[in-house]
Design a protein around this ligand. Structure first.
Ligand code: GLN
Length: 288
């Protein structure tokens, strides 16, 4: 298709749908055209014959070509909504997933103090920390990530959303300033290095450092569970996202570290997706 004549929204979208091979070509095409044209998705249905200026067409077709190669829509739009918050994303971080909103829901349901101190480890875009702060302004929410790009991005998101979350560069707990938390929350990398799922769809374009964690996917989860007690207040909670088939192993790790009330929770798809446990209050016995 030549991009010189002014083409209609409908022509552009129909052509893009033929080229995009994702599960949702129409939606993807509409999101990309809305992004470059400034028009709403509903307007494409109401006014399909509307003509699009040639420079917008060119920009759209470049994005469609990248999407046809598999580049995630969120990276092309440089944004992704999470917990109704518009977040800037970049290809140096994981794209926030809807299922991670379940982790936020679980955190909000915990019996935490009014002014709880909370940290989101490996925050990426800042998604979890910002969602929590948006719901509980009285909480002291901090976040860390070991990647400079992620720290910059999370700070940018906090600034744009005017949510007071302090973001530190730290590999898990290693560079954190001393302190104790009522909740440690994380969506760490948990995919096994040989997992064939890494060769499919959007994850091919996401940083391996945000996805992969050793041969069984549990290297970082083991490290976090082991280190967490030293950073928790008595009665504080650890809440981790993990793979759908890792619940039993993760629960065993929590229990052998001395956590109590260890339970698994499901994601929107009914998968065992997260585990939580409480660090015992004084007087309870700490197993190692
Ligand atoms: N749930 C993600 C996926 O399977 C992985 C996210 C992660 O490793 N934290 O794509």
């Amino acid at each position: 298709m030549t991009s010189k004549a002014a083409l209609t929204c409908q022509t552009l979208l129909d052509d893009a749908v033929q080229r995009i091979t994702s599960d949702s070509p129409r939606l993807d095409a509409e999101l990309l055209l809305a992004h470059v044209s400034g028009l709403s998705r509903t307007s494409f249905r109401a006014f399909p014959e509307r003509k699009v200026p040639a420079h917008v067409t060119d920009e759209f077709q470049q994005l469609v070509a990248q999407r046809a190669q598999g580049m995630p829509v969120a990276y092309l739009l440089e944004s992704q909504e999470f917990w109704s918050l518009p977040l800037r994303v970049s290809n140096s971080t994981l794209i926030p997933r809807p299922d991670t909103e379940c982790l936020v829901e679980q955190a909000l349901a915990l019996p935490l103090p009014d002014a709880a101190r909370v940290i989101d480890l490996g925050t990426g875009t800042g998604a979890i920390a910002l969602a929590l702060k948006s719901e509980r302004p009285e909480w002291g929410v901090s976040a860390c990530d070991r990647m400079d790009e992620a720290v910059t991005l999370a700070r940018l998101n906090a600034h744009q959303l005017q949510l007071e979350v302090s973001v530190t560069r730290s590999h898990w707990f290693a560079q954190l300033p001393a302190g104790h938390f009522d909740l440690i929350i994380s969506n760490p990398p948990y995919v096994a290095s040989g997992d064939e799922h890494l060769e499919e769809g959007d994850v091919r374009f996401e940083p391996a450092s945000a996805l992969v964690s050793g041969t069984d996917g549990l290297d970082d989860i083991r490290l976090i569970i082991k280190a967490a007690p030293a950073w928790l207040n008595a009665g504080g909670w650890l809440l981790l996202e993990h793979g759908f088939d890792q619940a039993e192993t993760v629960q065993d790790l929590f229990i052998s570290q001395g956590f109590v009330g260890v339970e698994c929770r499901k994601d929107y798809g009914g998968n065992d997706r997260m585990t939580l446990g409480q660090w015992p209050r004084k007087g309870a016995c700490h197993a190692n």
